[in-house]
Design a protein around this ligand. Structure first.
Ligand SMILES: [Zn+2]
Ligand SMILES: [Zn+2]
Length: 169
């Protein structure tokens, strides 16, 4: 009998602890992010500022960061037209320049290549034009004294990177 009583008692304490933990979690979540937590409107489409290739914003799994990717999957692009038969790699380009005896261009290309730049002179890494923010500054909640960062469907604290879901209403 005594054993049952003590089991009941620890069970009741367990429930009490659970209730307290829930209350603390609720309190924490209401303290996070002062503001209205409106759903952020984020531009997810843009284009490369050099060649105009359409690009879209892709987010890391933890939503803390994003990068722009070309919709066609390419990483590099060319601006303007390249003549037919233009070299398709730096080694081909170097060969061509050596054949022509253009040693000034040769040494420039070689120096860039040795610095780890594998792009051909007419190529570039796509870089998206960052679209102007569509979020009214008044709608940006603050946390730890800083405006929070907008992510798809959520706001992220710039200090501890905690994610708070945005309100859907
Ligand atoms: Zn581009
Ligand atoms: Zn915070």
């Amino acid at each position: 009998m005594a054993m049952t009583e003590s089991a009941d008692l620890s069970d009741a304490r367990g429930h009490e602890v659970e209730r307290l933990e829930e209350a603390i979690a609720t309190w924490r979540s209401t303290r996070r992010g002062r503001g209205r937590m409106k759903m952020p409107t984020l531009a997810t489409r843009s284009s490369c500022e050099v060649c105009g290739t359409p690009m879209h914003r892709t987010w890391t799994d933890d939503l803390t960061n994003y990068r722009w990717r070309a919709e066609d999957g390419s990483i590099t692009g060319v601006a303007g037209d390249i003549p037919d038969g233009a070299p398709t790699s730096t080694s081909q380009l170097l060969e061509l320049l050596a054949d022509r005896g253009d040693m000034e261009a040769y040494s420039t290309v070689l120096a860039r290549y040795q610095l780890g730049d594998t792009l051909l002179p007419w190529e570039h890494h796509h870089r998206a034009v960052e679209p102007a923010s569509q979020i009214d500054p008044e709608d940006v909640p603050t946390c730890h004294g800083w405006p929070m960062r907008a992510a798809p469907g959520a706001w992220i604290c710039r200090v501890d990177h905690a994610i708070t879901p945005a309100r859907t209403f």
